[in-house]
Design a protein around this ligand. Structure first.
Ligand SMILES: [Zn+2]
Ligand SMILES: [Zn+2]
Length: 291
């Protein structure tokens, strides 16, 4: 269609001129000798459930580019080893004239001789082999804040790769994998767990001990507690990051029915069964279904 024709024309122009048409592409004009920010780095570490809950200090090893201390980032053995590029006279760019179907077109491109730096190095620095930067393994201390969760990351400002020509360093992003816990399941800043109760405890009520991340608490299960009931224990969850506030612990009671009973238990339960009240809405519903 009509619009399609214009798109096609656009494609042709793009493929003809690419990024070489200096006046149009802003990115290509950046001074290669100017300050440039270092690259960001990303590293992930695995921590335990408790370390995530309470915070921890960890050491991580990163390999990062740092400015070569021997040449100060110039890449040259000495100051005298830096000379102006003869091909581009130090501008870093060369102008080429091309004959195209549209006539003669001047194209400005990055100088192939000096890769746009405008300089050439006669003798390269021994330490960095002319790169101006060296790869170093560095141990960094990471303060993991209490409350961090699986999949979250923190940014360590300026701990990434060194900037070039006096530019700032990049940042280091540390992503966390948090191991699961055998007993607690994390739900945001709340914790969930399941504790067993017997039929007698559910019927009569009981005080049961429940573990938390900071020691045990006594949970009062009231008389007539139904299976699967969830109780909230305030402030026994995970600490909110950078806040003086804790999530809660939700304790679900799981009714355990014994698969075996002793003869004494059998005797008592049979006696109990004879006294059990089997009336009520659910019993009635079943009775009606038999009709
Ligand atoms: Zn060097
Ligand atoms: Zn050049």
């Amino acid at each position: 269609g009509f619009g399609g024709g214009f798109d096609d024309l656009g494609d042709i122009f793009e493929s003809m001129f690419g990024g070489g048409f200096g006046g149009f592409s802003g990115g290509g004009r950046r001074n290669p000798n100017g300050p440039a920010r270092g690259n960001d780095l990303k590293q992930s570490i695995t921590i335990t459930f408790e370390e995530a809950a309470f915070g921890v200090t960890k050491e991580i090893k990163v390999n990062r580019e740092e400015e070569c201390t021997k040449c100060g980032g110039s890449g040259a053995r000495s100051k005298d080893d830096v000379e102006t590029c003869t091909r581009c006279s130090g501008s870093g760019r060369v102008v080429e004239v091309q004959n195209t179907i549209l006539g003669r077109v001047q194209t400005q491109t990055v100088c192939p001789e000096c890769s746009g730096k405008g300089k050439r190095i006669k003798h390269k620095c021994d330490s960095c082999n002319g790169r101006g930067a060296v790869n170093k393994a560095k141990t960094i201390e990471v303060k993991v804040p209490a409350g961090i969760d699986d999949g979250q990351q923190i940014r360590l400002s300026g701990q990434g790769e060194a900037g070039r020509n006096g530019g700032p360093s990049g940042d280091l992003y540390v992503a966390f994998r948090v191991k699961s816990h055998d007993f607690f399941v994390r739900d945001g800043f709340d914790l969930r767990c399941e504790v067993p109760i017997t039929y007698s405890q559910a019927v009569l009520g009981a005080e049961i001990e429940v573990p938390t991340l900071t020691g045990k608490v006594v949970l009062k299960v009231p008389e007539g507690t139904q299976p699967g009931t969830e109780f909230r224990v305030r402030d026994k969850g995970i600490k909110y990051i950078n806040r003086d506030l804790n999530g809660d612990l939700y304790v679900k009671v799981k009714l355990i029915v014994p698969k075996k009973v002793s003869s004494k238990q059998r005797e008592l339960l049979s006696e109990f069964d004879a006294l059990e009240d089997k009336t009520g809405s659910i019993w009635d519903k079943v009775k009606k279904a038999f009709k």
